[in-house]
Design a protein around this ligand. Structure first.
Ligand code: GAL
Length: 633
């Protein structure tokens, strides 16, 4: 079976004459899957309960005739204007208490009964209409679930969720430390979502609300999924996560509920930074998928984040795509097929740009389609072996985004990205694991600033080291319990014994400090006392900055500051994690093939020999500047 190739297809934005040309050009580009109807609710149901499926029937028939399969979307991310006028109480309320108006997208409250009802109604109508359509390949529920609402209906649902989580009010008061600032609740009805308030809000309340939002949206996803499964038990149901500078949902939990893990990825960096972020994202998503194949549901043919949109350099579209495929994506999908001429994202690049098919981008899109046809889809089993795991936990990330922390510069995502980037440059294959996972199979486990950790996970990390593992923990990890309460007696409370240290004070840094041989330290420093560990690097004042603790059969390293990439790489090298790779040259091994990609502008040597599946040419251990090959092994 070939890899999936295509993108979001929004024919409702175009006159019908364009649709046949779309199919012809898709065929030219090798497109075999398109996502249809993501934002078409108002076109499908122009007034309550009245459906106009005719246009979508014609679109799907045209695609089926052209041999193109459809990832059919349930359009619930963008309720129609008639809906929000009829149900103003189903519109999103921000934490400042502002009720939003329709006019963009994602403006709904997932806890509002009117929204839930309308959403399931349109889901059922679509399911019943297209259950037997030959083009239907999968269901794409919603789009990038992630809109929190702070209205009273969300408040009621939040309280129900809290009762289940905490049991009684006493437990909640204790978990939230409501004794501080006299926030003690004597009745459930007093509890609201975290809304605009006079000064710092309660961090435990803020964190529980984020957990609730993820679970509330998951409950809605499940309702839609179950309904579709009932109608079409054979058709996989997915939803597209968004992977960028934020995470609105707990992806580990969600990934147990979808038939196919799918993600949208838009790097914020360009050039080499984009390649690094792409590798990071793809390894992370594969990990959410339990190591099995997943799908890149959206990316762009250009750079869209940041202050300027710019095209990707020649070759980058293919290289980014193959980075995903190398790490287990079952295909390459874009937002969107044809660049829009109007609307909010009229400047967003497409596979078919405003310029039309006579364009560099479309030629690269066609070349990529041809290349992908030659690469078989990986079987449904773990795709890439990684010896090193980086701990990833969205709850811990949410907690460091909370209020009142000792430094506004602690950045969990940046710490996780650095850990991955440094390994990537060394050519060390990495994956991600939740702190509660069984880690015993990994040679090393890296713990980026994991502020919050449960007792159970902390015990797991200790057992991992005692069992012979190498653990590298970065500053501000293991500080708080799952209710954001500080673990007492010296930081990092949960990991003190494992690391063989005791931290007495934190000293966030306003300026850069040079550490002999370990480069520049920024953001953070600590007064570390050795309690079994030895100092590997020291601050200029003499205090330990990097420590090593031998425990049982393994070793636990601690990095008490934010090192630059060079310094962090040096720690990893000391810990036995130097891979000897060339920065910018990646070699990813799947069971029966190896992908080699050269993101640099120079010719490079790679340990790969054989015949390239894409070109059919021999590969003799070298790659052209910007080149890539896929070689069976
Ligand atoms: C995605 C979204 C698409 C489109 C795209 C633009 O996050 O799902 O609908 O908005 O971003 O980059």
């Amino acid at each position: 079976m070939p890899l999936w190739y295509g993108g979001d297809h929004n024919p409702e934005q175009w006159p019908e004459e364009v649709w046949a040309e779309d199919v012809a050009l898709m065929r030219r580009a090798g497109v075999n899957l398109v996502t249809v109807g993501v934002f078409s609710w108002s076109r499908l149901e122009p007034s309550e309960g009245r459906y106009t499926f005719g246009w979508l029937d014609r679109v799907l028939d045209l695609l089926a005739d052209g041999g193109i399969r459809v990832d059919l979307a349930v359009p619930t991310a963008s309720p129609p204007p008639w809906f929000s006028l009829a149900h103003p109480d189903a519109l999103t309320v921000t934490r400042d208490g502002v009720r939003l108006t329709h006019g963009s997208r994602d403006t709904y409250c997932v806890s509002a009964p009117a929204y839930r009802e309308a959403s399931l109604r349109v889901t059922r109508a679509l399911g019943e209409r297209y259950r037997d359509h030959p083009a239907l390949a999968m269901w794409h529920v919603h789009n990038e679930y992630g809109t929190p609402c702070h209205c009273d209906q969300a408040g009621a649902a939040f309280r129900t969720w809290l009762r289940e989580r905490h049991g009684g009010l006493d437990a909640l008061n204790d978990a939230w430390t409501t004794a501080f600032w006299g926030q003690h609740y004597s009745d459930w009805a007093q509890i609201t979502p975290p809304r605009a308030t006079q000064y710092l809000p309660n961090p435990a309340q803020a964190l529980d609300f984020r957990r609730f939002v993820s679970e509330e949206m998951l409950a809605h996803f499940r309702e839609q999924r179950d309904l579709l499964r009932e109608l079409t038990p054979e058709v996989p149901v997915t939803t597209n996560y968004v992977l960028a500078g934020w995470a609105s949902i707990d992806h580990w939990k969600w990934s147990r509920e979808v038939d196919l893990v799918a993600v949208d990825h838009y790097p914020s960096g360009q050039g080499m930074a984009a390649a690094e972020q792409t590798a990071f994202a793809a390894d992370l998503v594969r990990s959410w998928a339990g190591g099995r194949p997943w799908l890149l549901m959206e990316q762009a043919t250009g750079y869209v984040l940041g202050p300027r949109m710019s095209p990707k350099e020649p070759g980058e579209i293919a290289r980014h795509s193959l980075q995903h495929v190398a790490r287990g994506s079952k295909g390459v999908m874009f937002f969107q097929w044809r660049a829009s001429r109007g609307g909010a994202e009229q400047w967003h690049p497409g596979m078919l740009p405003h310029t039309g098919p006579d364009s560099r981008v479309f030629r690269e899109v066609c070349d990529l389609g041809e290349a992908l046809e030659r690469i078989p889809t990986p079987p449904d089993e773990p795709v890439v072996e990684a010896e090193v795991a980086i701990l990833w936990d969205e709850e811990a990330w949410w907690a460091v985004q909370g209020p009142g922390l000792p430094s506004a510069e602690i950045d969990y995502l940046a710490a996780a990205e650095q850990a991955h980037r440094v390994l990537w440059r060394q050519g060390v294959a990495a994956c991600f694991a939740h702190p509660s996972h069984d880690l015993s199979a990994y040679r090393a486990v890296l713990v980026p600033s994991l502020y919050l950790i449960s007792d159970e996970a902390a015990r797991g990390l200790r057992a991992y080291v005692e069992g012979g593992g190498t653990l590298v923990v970065s500053f501000f990890s293991g500080i708080a319990d799952e209710h954001t309460r500080i673990r007492l007696g010296g930081y990092p409370g949960a990991l003190r014994e494992t690391l063989g240290i005791r931290v007495e004070e934190f000293h966030p840094l306003a300026e850069t400090v040079e550490l002999p041989e370990y480069g520049r330290a920024t953001v953070w420093s600590e007064i570390v006392h050795l309690d079994g560990a030895e100092a590997i690097a020291r601050y200029p004042g003499g205090g330990p900055a990097v420590t090593r603790h031998r425990l049982g059969g393994g070793t636990a390293w601690y990095v008490s500051t934010r090192l630059d990439d060079r310094g962090y790489a040096r720690v990893l090298a000391h810990a036995g994690l130097a891979g000897g790779g060339v920065p910018g040259v990646e070699v990813v091994r799947q069971r029966d093939r190896v992908f080699a990609l050269n993101h640099t502008g120079d010719e490079q040597h790679v340990p790969v020999h054989g015949t390239d599946l894409i070109t059919g040419k021999p590969v003799g251990g070298r790659l052209d500047p910007g080149g890539y090959v896929v070689v069976p092994v």
